[in-house]
Write a new protein. Sequence first.
Length: 274
Amino acid sequence: MNMSEMGEVVAYLLRYRSAERAPGSGRKRRAAREGQLSERDVCALIDDASDLEREALRDFLAGQGLRLKAFESGDYPGIAPGSRYYALLPDPDLEQPPLYTREPVFEALKLRQESRAELAQWYLQLWLLMHTLLYTRYNRALSDVSRYQEATFASNELLDLLREQLEALRSLGEAAPEASRALLDERGEDLNRRVRAFIDLQARAGLLESPRETLVEEGDEAGGDIWQQTLLGALESEQVGLHQLGHLQSLAEGRLADEASAEMPQAAHQEADA
């Protein structure tokens, strides 16, 4: 793999975030496009690279805050025997350079003249609700990567959950967090449009896909389209849970410890009175 080929491999990985030698689940390998290698060629170049070439590729990606991880058929379900799955993931130990922006998120979710803070609130709410459907509903931890194939949801399920969340927020009245009150200004089809835009973002990023065997026919009572988490999506959620959300668990554990400490003197006082 020379420098030109390495550049083409990186360009492909930046576009699709993953490559598979023999795709499972009936997906066809991505064909070559103008100025871009095919999925078959990308996998062949990585497979056939020497140790020095692989090290150069790792160093190149590390400079962009990224890491290429390879998984064999026995590592996770859905990887065909004899195949190999490559996933391009942010490296939690490295800083992401400025070229990775949030602009596509802001542009996709924007309906009027919302501020970036408001759009970030929308994305966070939808991301958390999606993970409720993919994880909480299945009694699944973020570390349960191997269960990604059973994690599916319909678009209208996410929409209904969002409506329930906003109704709960509205019921709080003045007690609702000020930063979240902007979410209550929806009009007409706003919620449906934001849900569709969010799912499209996740699909374009390779984190969700529509499984062919569970496509819902028009008129089905379930309604809406069905979405399944990809292996890349499960790997990224695990990484987010370990490296980006870990501080929330520590915060919650600290709060619980403080509450327990506050209750102990009161309990001791009641025992003394008895």
